[in-house]
Design a protein around this ligand. Structure first.
Ligand SMILES: NC(=O)c1ccc[n+]([C@@H]2O[C@H](COP(=O)([O-])OP(=O)(O)OC[C@H]3O[C@@H](n4cnc5c(N)ncnc54)[C@H](OP(=O)(O)O)[C@@H]3O)[C@@H](O)[C@H]2O)c1
Length: 267
């Protein structure tokens, strides 16, 4: 299937690592010009160099999204480098393994600021130009935890629920404009960081040392799913690429789960 992304410009926040890096690689392979973003120029530069080495088009932009100036600077740099933004993928996000006991009010505010308000800042910056162009895509990376939170990381889960909610609102606000807004909610996705996290848990819990044993333990003790494996960054990237494309024009205000059915079954 040709996703018709040739000539489109996509800004993917937090694409210096993990799921975001897979998203920019996929969009670039489909012909989009991608703007690789992170706080670290070195990490973002490595991802962009890999894309350019494979014949794709990529530029690097760095900024910290936890304040207004960082978001505005990101959009200014992206437009200077690529001329416009057709597709905004709000992927950057932080998660600490917090508990109800140790996450303070300030921790909740900091997580909300980075995971939610940064997204609001960027959407508000790009909305007017997308509306004027009559076409655009706003895609937020939420999480299965938006509707199925664990006991731990409550501040993180609440931010993801907020993203699902605000995406429906902005979809309505942009009704009839040609700009759509959707969320993608991954289950557990094995990025380098997630693998390291579960290797540490496995060492503590005695789940074994080989990754297949650890993966099986995560599926048993943390979050079972019907597919029987954990997700990959490419599983998420291909859904985001479809949503970013003109082919997704009738999908708006939706929350698409990419989690192998990590949901409770009703028997
Ligand atoms: N992995 C999973 O299992 C999973 C599951 C569900 C949802 N998600 C969501 O998917 C998204 C990507 O997750 P991931 O696991 O790929 O994350 P990751 O590997 O930790 O990468 C996070 C990215 O966000 C950037 N970032 C973080 N804070 C930032 C800030 N204040 N300003 C600018 N950039 C910032 C980082 O850039 P630098 O490090 O270069 O600064 C990095 O590129 C997140 O929104 C996450 O909540 C992940």
């Amino acid at each position: 299937m040709n996703l018709d992304l040739e000539g489109r410009v996509a800004l993917v926040t937090g694409s210096s690592n993990g799921i975001g890096a897979a998203i920019v690689r996929t969009l670039a392979a489909e012909g989009a010009q991608v703007i690789v973003h992170g706080r670290s120029a070195e990490r973002a530069g490595r991802v962009a160099a890999g894309i350019v080495g494979n014949g794709g088009q990529a530029v690097v932009v760095t900024s910290d999204l936890s304040h207004d100036a960082g978001a505005e600077s990101l959009v200014d740099q992206a437009v200077d480098a690529a001329g416009r933004i057709d597709i905004l993928v709000n992927n950057a996000g932080v998660y600490a393994n917090s508990t109800w006991e140790d996450a303070t009010g300030d921790d909740w505010l900091a997580t909300y600021n980075t995971n939610v308000v940064s997204v609001v800042r960027l959407i508000r910056c790009v909305m007017p130009a997308m509306r004027k162009a009559g076409w655009g895509r706003l895609i937020q990376l939420a999480s299965g935890e938006a509707s199925r939170p664990f006991a731990n990381m409550p501040d993180y889960a609440a931010t993801k629920a907020a993203l699902v909610n605000l995406t429906v609102s902005v979809a309505h606000a942009l009704a009839g404009s040609g700009v759509t807004a959707n969320t993608v909610s991954p289950g557990i996705i094995v990025t380098d960081e997630v693998e390291k996290f579960y290797r540490d848990v496995a060492a503590r819990e005695g789940w074994g040392e080989a990754w297949p044993e650890i993966e099986a333990a995560v599926l048993t003790h943390v979050l079972p799913n019907d597919v029987g494996r954990l997700g990959t960054a490419d599983d998420v990237a291909s859904v985001v690429a479809f949503l970013a494309s003109p082919l997704s024009g009738f999908i708006d205000g939706a929350n698409i789960r990419v989690d192998g059915a990590s949901v409770p079954t009703i028997n």
